[in-house]
Design a binder for this molecule. Structure first.
Ligand SMILES: NC(=O)c1ccc[n+]([C@@H]2O[C@H](COP(=O)([O-])OP(=O)(O)OC[C@H]3O[C@@H](n4cnc5c(N)ncnc54)[C@H](O)[C@@H]3O)[C@@H](O)[C@H]2O)c1
Length: 252
């Protein structure tokens, strides 16, 4: 799969799924802009990419900060002249309590990062991509929680369902401008976030694994493979989808 010389932005690129995707995109020939709030960690990712012969740079970005996505995209375009692809993936876990116990401030924070953050990135990216005759490809990270609801996760479920709606809206409005927009819906992926969520309670991960048709948690590289494909020309007729990467969990 070639992404040779493509300029691609990855948010949340310092850890987990984002980090695995940075590695994969760089191995496929892209120049990857690793955007994250954790700049030191993003710097380590970039150093590793360069050591492996790839091309990457760090971008300090808080997707929840108003105007920050525009600034990041403008800087990329000033340096490289265009933006070919983006993986809008930065996200946080939500409160694991019942609906009535959600603190409105926590609700607002989860929505600000996981939904409005992706909206701001998509807007900035499409604003640029509509200026390019080559268009572009955008992938947003939703979740199985964008397709079904997990209990005690109303804020996260709501944000991720919103990401699926946003993805479809962007796809139908900007398909005519050669811009494809898709979402990935990961299930249970081995990352620091999973360790903080399901992995935090004793025996929970083993219990989850037993409910997965594939009977194992995924490696982050298994999401990265799908994202790389969606960003590449090999998926040229795919837009507006929300693809589960969940070992068959939502098929049940
Ligand atoms: N791990 C899973 O099982 C799983 C399942 C479904 C969906 N997801 C989604 O995948 C995405 C990546 O999660 P992960 O598991 O790799 O988690 P992770 O915690 O390992 O990585 C998330 C990255 O996002 C960054 N980030 C957080 N807030 C940010 C902000 N405001 N601006 C910029 N960067 C920010 C973090 O610093 C971190 O580097 C998230 O959107 C998450 O909701 C994960």
């Amino acid at each position: 799969m070639s992404l040779e010389n493509k300029i691609v932005l990855v948010t949340g690129g310092a850890s987990g799924i984002g980090r695995a995707t940075v590695d994969r995109l760089a191995a496929d020939g892209a120049h990857v802009v690793v955007a994250d709030t954790q700049v030191d960690l993003a710097g380590e990712v970039v150093s590793e990419v360069k050591k492996a012969g790839g091309s990457a740079e760090v971008c300090q970005l808080d997707v929840a900060k108003s105007g920050a996505a525009d600034t990041a995209v403008n800087a990329i375009v000033a340096e490289h002249g265009r933006l070919d692809g983006a993986f809008n993936n930065a996200g946080i876990v939500g409160p694991t309590v019942k609906l009535l116990d959600i603190d409105p401030e926590e609700w607002a924070r989860v929505l600000a990062v996981n939904l409005t953050g992706i909206f701001s990135c998509v807007q900035a990216e499409i604003r640029q991509m509509t200026q390019q005759s080559s268009g572009g490809s955008i992938v947003n990270t939703a979740s199985i929680c964008g397709l079904v609801a997990l209990s005690h996760a109303a804020a996260y479920n709501s944000a991720k369902h919103g990401v699926v709606g946003l993805t479809k809206s962007a796809a139908i409005e900007y398909g005519p401008k050669k811009i494809r927009v898709n979402a990935v819906c990961p299930g249970f992926i081995d990352t620091p976030m999973l360790a903080k969520g399901a992995g935090a309670s004793e025996g929970m991960l083993e219990q989850v694994t037993g409910t997965l048709p594939i009977r194992r948690i995924a490696d982050a590289s298994e999401v990265a493979d799908v994202v790389a494909w969606l960003l590449s020309e090999q998926s040229s007729y795919i837009t507006g989808i929300a693809m589960p990467i969940d070992g068959g969990w939502t098929a049940q």
